[in-house]
Design a protein around this ligand. Structure first.
Ligand SMILES: [Zn+2]
Length: 234
């Protein structure tokens, strides 16, 4: 056995790493995030418009109740006024009625403002709700595109995994352990190739003595680069 199958294994593992890398950076995933955010924004605007309408409705109710109370008070004072004889008492009652009328006027203004606010909330709700179907359709489409892209990566990964199982069976367990160790140590690429006197991993030129050392490793055993410690295949 030559050390070269390790380069095959390394290539398969690097391809698997690249798939993991691509999986989390899929443009389709970014599109799903973007469309989810856009729909979320519209849903928040719908909630805000509903809250605005509820607040306006409650202000309208309060103004109507207050107006009713003021009317009741005024009716009572007007009844009193009919039975009063002393001019000073009548004057006092009329002054109170005028105050109540002014208060009712303010109350009606508040109700009108709340009615305007309610209408504005309704219009806003309408605008936002009209955007929902389009945004939901866009999100569904981008979810589908993401599922397709992920399925393609899954298929690619499954193919590589099958190739890996076929390759990996050729290695003794201790060599695989060494391979796994250096791969972790060097962030994914633990196997280097000797190119002339040059290590493709650390890009150092080996001295003639180091070269002899590397070349003296019997076939079937793992050589390592004396400079970086990667598995070095010839
Ligand atoms: Zn090296």
């Amino acid at each position: 056995m030559t050390a070269h199958p390790f380069l095959d294994l390394q290539a398969i593992d690097s391809a698997l790493d690249a798939i993991s890398h691509r999986r989390v950076r899929l443009p389709e995933a970014a599109a799903v995030q973007r469309d989810t955010a856009a729909l979320g924004e519209v849903q928040r605007a719908i909630s805000a418009a509903n809250a605005r309408m509820e607040a306006a409705a409650s202000a309208i109710g309060a103004a109507e109740r207050e107006s009713q109370e003021l009317t009741t008070k005024r009716t009572r004072l007007e009844t009193q006024l009919k039975t009063v004889i002393a001019p000073r008492e009548a004057e006092a009652l009329m002054s109170q009625i005028a105050t109540l009328n002014a208060q009712r006027g303010e109350c009606d203004d508040r109700e009108l403002a709340a009615l305007d606010e309610q209408a504005a909330g309704e219009a806003e709700l309408d605008v936002q709700q009209q955007m929902v179907p389009q945004l939901e359709a866009a999100l569904a489409a981008s979810n589908e595109a993401l599922a397709t892209a992920l399925a393609a990566l899954d298929a690619e990964a499954a193919d590589l995994a099958a190739r890996r199982s076929a390759v990996v069976g050729a290695f003794p367990a201790d060599q695989l352990a060494t391979y796994d160790h250096v791969r972790k140590q060097f962030g994914g690429v633990g196997v280097a190739h000797l190119e002339g006197s040059h290590c493709s991993g650390c890009h150092m030129d080996l001295s003639p003595a180091e070269l002899d050392q590397v070349k003296s490793v019997p076939v079937g055993e793992l050589g390592e680069c004396p400079q970086c410690g990667r598995i070095l295949v010839r």
